[in-house]
Every structure is written in C-alpha cells, then in structure tokens.
Design a protein around this ligand. Structure first.
Ligand code: ADP
Ligand code: MG
Length: 693
C-alpha cells in the first residue's frame, strides 16, 4: 500500500539491505519483518551488559557474562550425545564451552591459541564451569556490539541469529532519518521523544542506562513507543468498527410480540440485569447500523435466555437468526434449549454441526438457504462457504474469546448477498477487567449482566492436597448415592490433548474400581463428537452419576443436579478457567461444592492463587487477579486474536495510558486520517493482514 506520505522506510523491502536475499527475507517474514521499517520496530525484549569483561575465575553458576580467553583445546566428545567441547583459559581460570549443535568446520576454526570473546550463562557442568551454546567471536575481529551500549536481545527464529539481527537493525538504524520515518503522533503526545530518538535509544541504549527500567519496559523512550503502539491498536479497532457500522443492517421493531410470548412461557421472570441488557440490545437492533455488542456475564448469569429474546426480535420481523458456539457440546446444548423453547412457539430450529454427515448437512443447508430455518445453531461449520443464509439479520456468538476477530468479520459476509449486514451479539462468560476490555474489545459496545438469578446458593470451595484423595472419593460416593451428581475434572498442560485423554482414562479406571456401585462416564477431547454428545446426554439425563472429564466441559454445560466438582491439579490452570469450570456446579438451589485437589507440595504463589478461589465467587475479582498474576494472553485464552501480542505495550503496566490513548486515537481519526493510516500500517496492519491468510 502506498500511503504517499513520506513514510519511505515502510515501503522499502528488507531486501534493500545489503546481504539480505530471498532466503533470509523468508525467514525474517516469520518474525513479521518485511520492510526496513519492520526491522526498526522489531524491539529488543531484553538487554545485557556486555561492556565489561569478567575474569573467568569470577564466573559463578547462573551469571551471564562476557569473558575473553584463549582456546586450549577443541574436541568432539562422543558420550550420550555428541558434543563439541572448547576449553578456554584466561589468567584466572578455565571455562568449557559446550555445543550440541555444531558443524565440524567449527572445530577447525578454533585452533589452540585462538583468542575468543564469549558471552553466555555460566553453569556447573561435568568439567566445572561451563557455558552451553554461548555466543562467541574471534577476539581480533571488529566488535559486533559497540562497547559503549547495552546489548539488545531480540526475538529470533530458526536461521536468524541474534548476531544477524543486530547487524540488520544497525543497518536499518543507519538509514533512519526523521524524513523517511516521520513522527505521526502529535507533538503534544510524544512525551519529549521524537520517534527516531526513541527507536535509537531502545535498540542501542548507552551502557550507563538504567537497565532495570529498560527490562521492565518503563523507560520513557519505551513508554513513548508503547503509547504509540496502543494508539495504533485503538485505531485499528475503531476503524474496523467504523467499517462495519458503515454498512446497512435491518432495523428491527423495538417491540416484539414473539419475544413477549417467549418470556411468558419461561418458568421464571428475568432478573433486573437481564431486562436492562435486553433493552440495550433492542435499542441497537432498532437501528440501520449493525449492532456490535458484547454481553458479559458470569457463568450462570442467564445469557442464553437473553440471546433467545434477541433472536425472537429478528424472527418476528421475518428474518433469520443464528447462534454460533465454540464447541459441538455447547452447540448441542444450545440446540436442545432452543428447540425446547421455540418448538412451543412454532419456530423451526436447524442445527449444523461438523460431525453431521453429508446428507444431514445438505438438508440443513437447503433449509438455511430457503429461509425455512428461522433459528440456526452450529459451530464454526456456520462459516463455511456452502452455508448461504436466506436473510440473516442477527448473529449471536457465544463464548467469543474462542473465536478470532477474523471470524467475526467472516460472519458479516453471510448477510452480504442481500446487501444487509447482520447485527452481532457476542456473549462471553469470561469477566474481562475494564482495562483489558477497553483494549481487547475496543470495537464493541459492552453490556454486563451483573446479577445472578435469585435462589442460587454460593458454591463452597475446598482446597486439599492429593493425599486426601480417598476422603474425596468417599464424599463422591455419598453425594451420588443420595441422588446427586458429580464431576471429576482431570487437567494437564493444555497442549497435549492426547496426554489429557490418557490421564482422564486412568482416573476413570481408578474411580470405577473405587466406586463399583456408581454409573460413571468419561468424556475427553479425543473422542468422536457423537460419542461425546452421547455421554453428555447420559449425564444430563441422570443416567450417569459421575462424569470424569477433561477441560472440554469448561464452558456452558448445564446440569442442575450436579452439586460436586473435583478438579485435579488445579494449580495448572488459570484462575479464570477454574472459575469457568467451577461454574458447572451451583446451578440449582442446593448447596454445591468444588474441591481443588492439588498436587503437594505447592509453592507460596500457588497457594495464594487457590486461596483466591476459596475466598470469592466473583468472576470479575478473579479475572483481575488472574490478569495480575498471569497476563492478558492467558486471561483471554491462548487462541485469542493476534491483536493482543503487542510488540512493546503491556496492558498491566501501561493500562493507565488507555484513556489518553483513546482520546488521541479519536482525534487522529477525525483530524489527521493520513497519520492514522500510517500508524496503522506501521504497527498493526502488516501483521493482521498476514494473519488472515
Ligand atoms: P449463562 O449462559 O449465562 O452461563 P444460562 O443462560 O445457561 O447462563 O442460564 C443458567 C441457568 O439459569 C439456566 O438453567 C437458565 O434457565 C436459568 N436462568 C436464566 N435466567 C434466569 C432467571 N432470570 N431466573 C431463574 N433462572 C434463570
Ligand atoms: Mg452459556
């Protein structure tokens, strides 16, 4: 894109730098570096002080240091793993460098007597003090880092070393001028730092710079850049919002007789919070600008009912509504609820799931396309090209944090055939702290259902070590024999669904042995979705008394008679996730319990975290704590949009800037659109664009 605004380095491909060919450019792309400007905005994540040489004799395990010495011996040791060992000596001691990945030529380049300059972390190895895979260079070559600066450490990727990046960045810095890399922030907002000064400083801070401040990202030069990054991020969201809001939606009548009938058949009145949020939604739906609204509400707050009322507004006016859930289990549960509610009102509900066979899907698609299906429920199967809606007016997205922003955009296309954009209602049970919401969902209006339906007894949470497992098993026996149900949740590091499944299978077998009189089921992510659904159904109907599960049951599952949940190894999960899990019990009037069965010994921090779970059932407080302890990526889930992977900004550290950031972004959009566009390109656009393909 040519912004034609003097932002020259943003147009200059990285191959313009001497020595960067197609193959290196490919590798750099993995770091989101395509242009010379991108190189300048590839910021160090750490700094090391290599300005002083440490005597080898002064090295201690754990100390990262620069040393200089003479090669005594370079040899390949066979052992369990082949390694290259290089023994180096200065006047004060001997150090062994150990390389597991090496080329044989490396050994040839290090004859006895070669002087080396080495940087690495000292540790205690088989031969005394060692360094594994240190950076090194022959000492009589010119220095790779000017000795008067701290050494920046960059995020790297395979085939691009620190050294290489440092040289490339140095080259980019040499080309940088205020003319070819203009300052787009208004002078009043730049905190006394021109862009080029700030960049030069963070890439090459003087060696007497406050290293601690730099490591924390609190140096004024960094803060100035973080501010700019947050502004760019805000701009991207406000722009996306403006784009969607510029499209046409159908204005639905504010009053709906169908919605009234639906509410009349519910066995309970809505809470005040539900009514208030519904009013906000009805007002949005009455507009020709598409609604973009996020409804936050703790687990069990009654979001689904609110969604159903919103759907009634669309259906009553002759349009279709769709609800999309992040998992098949949830989609099935919603389908069951909506079918029960809407059958009575004569509204046809159609379900579209990935696991459905070709024939079932073809039938569903035909009904969706003809308009015979008025309420459509599914998973991301709804996004597929073959799904053509007849006249979709409202898209409801449950548990939004599992979907990316791009899917949100894809959905809007579903209405394009008719020239209408669906209203979007996004529901999330993750209580998002305000600072995070401002930033993560800056493109959405938000409503909060901040009141639970009456008659719920708060869940009691117990924190216990694994040694008391037998006691817990007895408790399950007693609970289930008295007609109630229980969950046993097995957790493992989330990455491996297979290991998770194995752990759950082992626990399942163990509990079957210990509790032969109970009907026990097992559900995990490796099962076929039909199998999963069958087990869930059996648990829901009460046929199964105890359900052993992995965290696949995390969201939305509703079984009011389940009053006990045991969570194994809760210390491995984020607090927000524990809160979600725990929300599966306490859905009826009876007292419910959650047992956090941790693996002892548990550290101080771990104990504190679990204590928070015992002390409060307030999802917002828990989320705030979680954010403080684990950072935003974790709170929102790892599959969250790439948007939260800032280069420099940190929402916990820099959250206080957000009000100023929003004002600045709004002013730029209004008065200086060229600057706004250039900032977007500089910080966000390239990443976003490529994230979509
Ligand atoms: P969420 O999706 O917010 O976790 P649900 O919509 O699944 O919550 O509601 C949880 C349970 O509470 C459901 O069984 C639902 O029927 C019930 N419920 C919803 N609203 C109310 C209300 N106003 N009064 C009583 N029960 C309610
Ligand atoms: Mg729900």
């Amino acid at each position: 894109m040519n912004t034609g605004n003097g932002d020259v380095l943003s147009q200059l491909p990285v191959t313009a730098i001497k020595g960067v060919g197609a193959s290196l450019a490919d590798k750099l792309r993995r770091l989101d570096i395509r242009t010379v400007q991108d190189l300048l905005f590839h910021l160090p994540r750490q700094y090391e002080d290599r300005s002083r040489i440490t005597p080898i004799g002064a090295l201690r395990p754990g100390l990262s240091a620069l040393v200089e010495g003479e090669v005594q011996l370079a040899d390949v040791a066979m052992g369990r793993r082949r390694s290259l060992l290089v023994r180096v000596r200065d006047g004060t001691g001997t150090l062994t460098l150990r390389f597991y990945h090496f080329r044989l030529s490396q050994k040839e380049q290090l004859p006895r007597g070669t002087r080396l300059r080495i940087f690495g972390e000292a540790r205690l190895g088989a031969s005394g003090i060692e360094m594994y895979h240190p950076e090194y260079q022959i000492a009589d070559e010119p220095l790779q880092t000017p000795p008067d600066t701290l050494t920046p450490i960059y995020p790297v990727t395979e085939g691009v070393t620190q050294l290489r990046l440092r040289l490339l960045v140095a080259e980019a810095l040499a080309r940088m001028t205020p003319e070819n890399l203009p300052d787009w922030l208004p002078a009043a907002e730049n905190r006394g730092w021109f862009l080029v000064e700030a960049l030069r400083y963070v890439h090459t801070p003087p060696k007497d710079a406050d290293r601690q401040l730099l490591l924390e990202g609190r140096h004024p030069a960094q803060q100035r850049l973080a501010f700019e990054e947050l502004v760019a991020h805000q701009l991207s969201m406000q722009k996306r919002r403006a784009e969607i809001r510029a499209q046409r939606a159908v204005a639905l009548p504010e009053k709906s007789a169908l919605a009234q009938r639906f509410l009349g058949q519910l066995p309970f009145p809505l809470t005040g919070a539900q009514q208030r949020v519904l009013k906000e939604i009805a007002t949005d739906l009455h507009d020709t600008k598409p609604m973009l609204r996020l409804v936050q509400g703790d687990v069990g707050a009654g979001k689904t009912v609110v969604a159903a009322v919103a759907a009634c507004h669309a259906i009553d006016a002759g349009f279709q509504a769709a609800l999309m859930a992040p998992t098949e289990i949830l989609a099935e549960q919603h389908a069951a609820n909506f079918t029960r509610w809407f059958d009575a009102l004569g509204i046809p509900v159609v379900t579209l799931l990935g696991r459905h066979g070709v024939k079932a899907r073809r039938e569903a698609n035909a009904m969706i396309a003809s308009g015979a299906a008025r309420m459509v429920i599914g998973t991301h199967a709804l996004f597929q090209d073959e799904v053509e809606f007849h006249n979709l007016a409202l898209a409801i997205i449950d548990e939004q944090h599992r979907f990316g922003v791009h899917q949100r955009l894809a959905l809007k296309k579903k209405g394009e055939r008719l020239g209408i954009t669906p209203h979007q209602l996004i529901m999330t049970a993750t209580p998002i702290p305000r600072t995070l919401a401002m930033s993560a969902y800056g493109d959405l209006d938000t409503s909060v259902i901040d009141e639970l339906p009456p008659g719920r007894t708060p869940i009691k949470t117990l924190v216990m070590p694994n040694e008391r497992r037998a006691e817990i098993v007895e408790r399950i026996r007693a609970q289930c024999l008295s007609g109630r149900q229980a969950y046993w949740v097995c957790t493992l590091i989330e990455e491996s669904e297979q290991l998770q499944a194995q752990a759950a299978e082992a626990t399942f077998a163990e509990l079957q042995l210990a509790l032969p009189e109970l009907r026990i089921g097992l559900v995990h992510g490796r099962q076929k979705s039909g199998e999963k659904a069958a087990v869930m159904q059996a648990f829901k109907s009460g046929e199964l008394q105890l359900l052993v599960a992995t965290t696949v049951i995390e969201v939305g599952v509703d079984v009011p008679r389940a009053t006990l949940m045991v969570i194994e190894n809760p210390e491995r999960l984020g607090l927000a996730q524990l809160h979600q899990l725990r929300g599966r019990v306490g859905r009826g009037a009876e007292q419910s319990f959650c047992v956090l069965l941790y693996q002892s010994p548990l550290g101080q921090l771990g104990k504190e975290r679990l204590a928070i779970m015992r002390e409060t059932t307030d999802g917002f407080r828990i989320a705030e704590k979680d954010l403080e302890l684990r950072g935003p990526g974790e709170v929102l889930g790892t599959r969250q949009t790439g948007l939260l992977q800032f280069r420099l900004a940190d929402l916990m550290r820099d959250g206080h800037m957000l009000p100023a950031v929003q004002l600045c972004a709004a002013a730029l959009l209004q008065t200086r659109p060229v600057a706004a566009e250039a900032l977007l390109v500089r910080w966000v656009a390239a990443r976003e664009h490529y994230a979509q393909v």
